[in-house]
Design a protein. Structure first.
Length: 145
């Protein structure tokens, strides 16, 4: 199976079966992010405890890219230290800035590497980044930074 086809399947699976897509009532910080260019919206809750990302939950509407990418980000962050999680956000941001020239580090991004092809399409980059930036915002808010 071709790699692009496999990546498309990963994205579709996260879109059809999103992980952690149900806002929890208890959280350290909550943010609401909107992509003004297409109308995608994400509300994301982060719970931090002792420097660890204990939980991430979210609700959202939008295209398959924004919803699947948020699912991947939420699942990836849980159980990481805040430093590891923010490093993953930076790694994903670099991947999205690569204009299709980078493959991403699967050790850091796991299923996030499936979005490498999205970086070739400038109009879709904000869709892919929406949940990741919401996570970063909520994590920093919860630490008072």
């Amino acid at each position: 199976m071709e790699l692009d086809s496999l990546y498309q399947e990963v994205i579709l699976d996260h879109y059809k079966n999103p992980l952690h897509k149900k806002l929890k009532s208890s959280y350290s910080a909550q943010v609401h992010h909107v992509n003004p260019s297409c109308g995608d919206e994400i509300t994301l809750n982060v719970t931090l405890e002792g420097g660890l990302v204990k939980d991430v939950s979210w609700e959202g509407v939008g295209c398959s890219i924004s919803q699947a990418s948020t699912s991947v980000a939420a699942d990836l962050m849980i159980g990481k230290t805040l430093e590891q999680a923010l490093s993953a956000v930076e790694s994903f941001s670099a991947l999205m800035s690569s204009k299709g020239t980078a493959a991403g580090d699967e050790e850091i991004l796991e299923d996030g590497v499936a979005f490498a092809g999205v970086s070739k399409f400038p109009a879709r980059i904000k869709c892919a980044l929406l949940g990741w930036m919401a996570f970063k915002d909520a994590a920093l808010q919860s630490t008072g930074k």
